[in-house]
Ligand binder design. Structure first.
Ligand code: DAK
Length: 257
């Protein structure tokens, strides 16, 4: 049983709740390991079609555990500990992941949300990359993903000032997709997950993979990936089911094959 996260299943969706409330869900090695393991298990489970990653009302995650990760460490000990490998496990998950953020998503917390496929937020959420206040810079992809998401000038302003932004400002700059009321944010995020979970799973996986390729590759390579993924889907039963359901005016029943 994991110590630092709570995993629950409701039909075809799973919720992973970060659970270190005393330190605002600060991310230490244990939580990253347990998170990676849980996500890998869910990714291997064909009945799980969408994952909601969340925290509690006060914090999604207030960043790396400063007391554990940044005190008494050296470049060599960090290299040996290789925290990046734990983040890579999460990055490689193919099941669509929704980050449902309430409260603080700071530093590594904001970076964790940005690894997910969709970010939604409670109106109370606060995002930021405050590493500059510790004399460092974002180290889990923040300078790269935030810049790709919001552009050079907005990213520089956020990273250089370390200021926190509201859920609404995060939506205005394109980081957050939906801002939900504080009373219903998690239910609203799960409703979104259920909508995604009803879609054809192989198509959903290839769609998020193709969108990720758009971040990493030049346009020609991205278009090539998309073309092959598109053709591949014509080998699935779910494509036949989707087309037949449309023609016969019924709801499709996708099976993930
Ligand atoms: N680490 C450890 N403890 C934390 C924490 C954190 N990030 N954030 C909060 N806490 C603890 C506080 O120390 C406090 O503990 P006690 O004093 O009660 O024992 C408790 O949580 C409640 O926090 P506060 O009393 O401070 O609560 P407030 O509401 O007054 O303030 C706050 C909330 C979020 C504004 C404040 O706690 C704060 O500024 N926290 C630090 C935020 C921050 O600077 N985050 C960025 C950290 S740097 C990498 C991977 C990841 C990273 C880098 C590299 N690689 C793979 C290479 C990530 C880096 C970071 O995230």
């Amino acid at each position: 049983m994991p110590n630092t996260i709570i995993v629950t299943r409701e039909g075809s969706i799973a919720t992973i709740q970060l659970n270190r409330p005393a330190v605002l869900n600060a991310l230490n090695a244990e939580v990253l390991t347990e998170l990676g393991d849980a996500m890998r298990d869910l990714d291997d489970d064909a009945t799980c079609r969408c994952i909601v990653l969340t925290g509690n009302e006060k914090a999604f995650a207030a960043g790396a555990d400063i007391k554990e990760a940044f005190v008494g460490v050296t470049p060599v000990s960090m290299l040996e500990q290789d925290l990046t490998a734990k983040w890579e496990v999460i990055r490689r998950i193919k099941t669509p992941i929704i980050a449902a953020v309430s409260g603080f998503a700071l530093g590594g917390g904001c970076e964790l949300a940005m690894i997910c496929d969709i970010i939604v937020a409670s109106e109370t959420a606060k995002f930021g990359q405050p590493e500059i206040n510790l004399g460092i810079i974002p180290g889990a992809g923040g300078t790269q993903r935030l810049t790709r998401a919001v552009g050079k000038w907005v990213a520089n302003e956020l990273i250089l000032t370390g200021r926190f932004i509201s859920a609404q400002e995060a939506k205005d700059i394109g980081l957050v997709v939906h801002v939900y009321p504080a009373a219903t944010w998690l239910d609203d995020a799960k409703a979104l997950a259920r909508t995604i979970a009803e879609k054809a799973p192989v198509a959903a996986r290839l769609a998020t993979e193709a969108v990720d390729v758009a971040w990493n590759a030049p346009l020609d390579a991205g278009l090539e990936f998309e073309r092959k993924a598109f053709y591949l889907l014509f080998a699935t039963e779910d494509k036949n089911e989707g087309v037949d359901a449309f023609i016969n005016k019924r709801k499709p029943q996708f099976k993930g094959r």
